[in-house]
Design a protein. Sequence first.
Length: 244
Amino acid sequence: ATAFVRPALRPATLGLGAAATTPRRSLSLASSSTVSDLEKVEAPELVGKPADFLRTAGLTAATGDAIKLGDVMGDGKSVVIFLATWDDPTAGVYAANWCDAIPAMKSAGVAGPFFISIGDAEKLNKFLDLNPKVPRDSAFVDGYDFTAYEAAGFGKLDGSDPDAAKGAKLAAPNLSMGDWFKYTTNVMALSPVPKDLKFGEIPEGVLRLGGTFVVDGNEVVYQWSDKIPGDYPAVDDVLQATKK
């Protein structure tokens, strides 16, 4: 059942039992000119560019209905988060941290956060069942053609770039033993593995990386591209970008 779990997410690698902290790195904002080359978001740089690639993204909701992301984002400011996969235990922790910020976001007129990962409605619903803090109308899936992820320019954890994870920081998720048990027993129900996958094939979905965007109107004002699964920006840092 663990055949498709990325090595970076195995409990031994995560340091199960270690205190979890939200990884923090420098912001990537249109106005920033002091961020080191190590800390800059990798190409393509989308800050300052139209957010059409997000607004036109065709996704599937938990109900199984097809939606356009722009229809739920609204016309003002919004936060859009592409998670690596639902089976990443850090994804549930990160999503829960964001859910704690929803009341403040609503007060500030910021829509979201909207969570996107790879798979189908069945896997999305399993994730939502395991993470009840996440609003069911704020989480969606991209299909196994990875159209939305490709449009956002996210990379893959395929080993082709030995320096891809340079500068990334990963902290162990603060999960109880019961939570770990839930994830390990549901990993295949959450993994982005299509039902028609042939024996011996590696599902491309488990190699995909995600990222975070802040959109103001139709302009991208903040971009973060994960270097490895779990390499997330601090929630408070992203929220600061919504105040620009």
